[in-house]
Design a protein. Structure first.
Length: 175
């Protein structure tokens, strides 16, 4: 028997895994338009990395909902959890637009691209200001305390700090 107490909200659970799979579904909706028959090695690497980033980012909204309303761990949500959920929203909303019956029409494609671009701009700008106020403009002790907590909080913080990658992935999908 172990003397260590385990915080039930800290680990990855089956509902969290389901939320990650839902994020992968959103990623596949965005990436399927990028796949072409004449792609070779580097093209496939870019597509897989783009898919992985979108899937991970979009999963944040689902993880937030699952942990907030199903699991309800103590001390949830942290700032990283909120940022992760926020950064997944543009991918989630525009996936619904891409998946409509006229999803291939040029007017709908323009709407999706514009919505995704504006949404990513807003969430990345928000992430920049929150990262600045929470980790750059504070003492190291305060910053490290904010980075503690469950895996979802830490992953959300990492994704928020990597907001320029989010913008780059958005440009790959929009172009």
């Amino acid at each position: 028997m172990t003397d260590r107490l385990v915080d039930i909200g800290d680990g990855l659970s089956v509902p969290d895994g389901v939320a990650l799979v839902a994020g992968a579904a959103v990623g596949s909706v965005h990436v399927r338009g990028l796949i072409q028959e004449d792609l070779f090695g580097p093209g496939w690497v870019v597509i897989w990395l783009t898919f992985a980033w979108i899937a991970l980012t979009a999963a944040g909204t689902f993880v937030y909902v699952v942990r907030r309303h199903v699991r309800k761990p103590q001390g949830y949500p942290g700032i990283g959890d909120r940022l992760w959920a926020l950064m997944g929203l543009p991918w989630l909303f525009t996936a619904f637009l891409r998946n409509t019956p006229d999803g291939g029409s040029s007017s709908n494609q323009t709407l999706v691209n514009m919505g995704l671009g504006i949404g990513l701009f807003i969430v990345c700008l928000s992430a920049f200001f929150v990262v600045w106020a929470t980790w750059v403009n504070v003492t190291p002790d305060r910053a490290s305390a904010t980075f503690s907590g469950p895996w979802s909080n830490r992953l959300g913080i990492v994704l928020a700090i990597a907001w320029p990658v989010q913008c780059g992935v958005g440009m790959v999908v929009i172009s």
